[in-house]
Design a protein around this ligand. Structure first.
Ligand SMILES: [Zn+2]
Ligand SMILES: [Zn+2]
Length: 252
C-alpha cells in the first residue's frame, strides 16, 4: 500500500501547503481522502496520476476538505483525453450526497451528468464497506463537526488510520491502535488550542496510546510550524514521526 500526502494544509492559504488531500493506492484501488483547494494543481505539479482515481472519501464538509471536487469533476470530463469513462465512488458521512449535489450544481453541471458514473455511498459512524481489490474502509465519529469522521483503511494486510479534522479523543487513539500508519491532524500550537483540533502535545498523547508503526502529521496551520513539533512529539511518543509535506509518500 502506498500513501501520499498531496495536500497537507488547512483553511489558511500557505505558499507551501495546499488544502487537505491524501492518496491511498493498493492494487487497482486509488482512494483519495478529502478534496481541498489546490489539490488538482498539486497532482499535476507532483506528476501524480489523478485521472485513474477510483474512490474519494470525505471526512467532513468544511470547505478545505471538499471544495476541489467540482474542479476534479470538471478535469475528469474536460481536462483529459479521452474524457473519463470509469466510475467514481464517493464515500462520506450522512449528508455527503447533498453536499456533492450542491457543489456540482454550483459548478454548473450536476455530477450525474459528467459523462461517467458517479455514485455516493454514505457511511454511518462505525460502518464498514468494501471498496474493491480486497480493501475495506471503516469510519468513526470524531469531535470536530457533527458529521466528522476518521477513516481506517485496510488493504494488502496493512492498515492506515486518517484522523480527518478532530479534537482530542482517546477513543480515536484506541481505535487506531497498532495501525501501520496514523495520518493525524496537527493543527495548532498549545498556545492556540481549541476543542476541535489537535496540538502537538495532544497528538503525542494520542500516539502514545495508539502506538502506530509510523505517525505522520498533516493539516498544519502556519503557527504550529513555528514550534518544534518533532521535539514535543518525541517527549511523549518514542516511535517514528514524520511532519508530512505536499508530496511526501510512503510504502507500507
Ligand atoms: Zn480542515
Ligand atoms: Zn474542519
Amino acid at each position: 500500500m502506498r500513501v501520499t500526502t498531496v495536500g497537507t494544509g488547512t483553511a489558511a492559504p500557505s505558499p507551501g501547503r495546499v488544502q487537505a488531500g491524501h492518496l491511498v493506492e493498493s492494487g487497482a484501488l486509488r482512494l483519495l481522502l478529502d478534496c481541498g483547494s489546490g489539490l488538482a494543481f498539486r497532482f499535476a505539479e507532483l506528476g501524480i496520476d489523478w485521472v485513474s482515481i477510483t474512490h474519494l472519501a470525505l471526512s467532513h464538509f468544511h470547505a478545505d476538505h471538499v471544495i476541489e471536487l467540482p474542479t476534479l469533476l470538471t478535469a475528469w470530463r474536460y481536462g483529459t483525453l479521452p474524457p473519463r469513462s470509469a466510475p467514481l465512488e464517493i464515500i462520506g458521512p450522512v449528508g455527503t450526497a447533498g453536499v456533492v449535489d450542491r457543489l456540482s450544481e454550483a459548478a454548473g453541471v450536476k455530477y450525474r451528468e459528467y459523462g461517467f458514473p458517479v455514485t455516493v455511498r454514505e457511511l454511518a459512524p462505525g460502518e464498514r464497506a468494501t471498496i474493491g481489490d480486497g480493501a475495506a474502509i471503516e469510519c468513526r465519529s470524531v469531535p470536530h463537526t457533527p458529521e466528522s469522521v476518521a477513516y481506517s483503511i485496510e488493504a494488502d494486510g496493512r492498515r492506515i488510520v486518517y484522523s480527518g479534522d478532530t479534537g482530542y479523543d482517546e477513543g480515536l487513539a484506541r481505535w487506531a491502535a497498532g495501525c501501520d500508519l496514523f495520518l493525524c491532524e496537527c493543527s495548532l500550537p498549545a498556545s492556540m488550542a481549541v476543542a476541535t483540533h489537535l496540538t502537538p502535545e495532544q497528538v503525542a498523547a494520542l500516539a502514545a496510546i495508539a502506538s502506530p508503526k509510523l505517525l505522520a502529521l498533516t493539516h498544519l496551520y502556519p503557527p504550529v510550524e513555528q514550534t518544534d513539533i518533532r521535539a514535543v512529539i518525541a517527549a511523549h511518543h518514542p516511535g517514528p514521526v514524520v511532519v508530512a509535506h505536499d508530496g511526501w509518500s510512503t510504502e507500507l
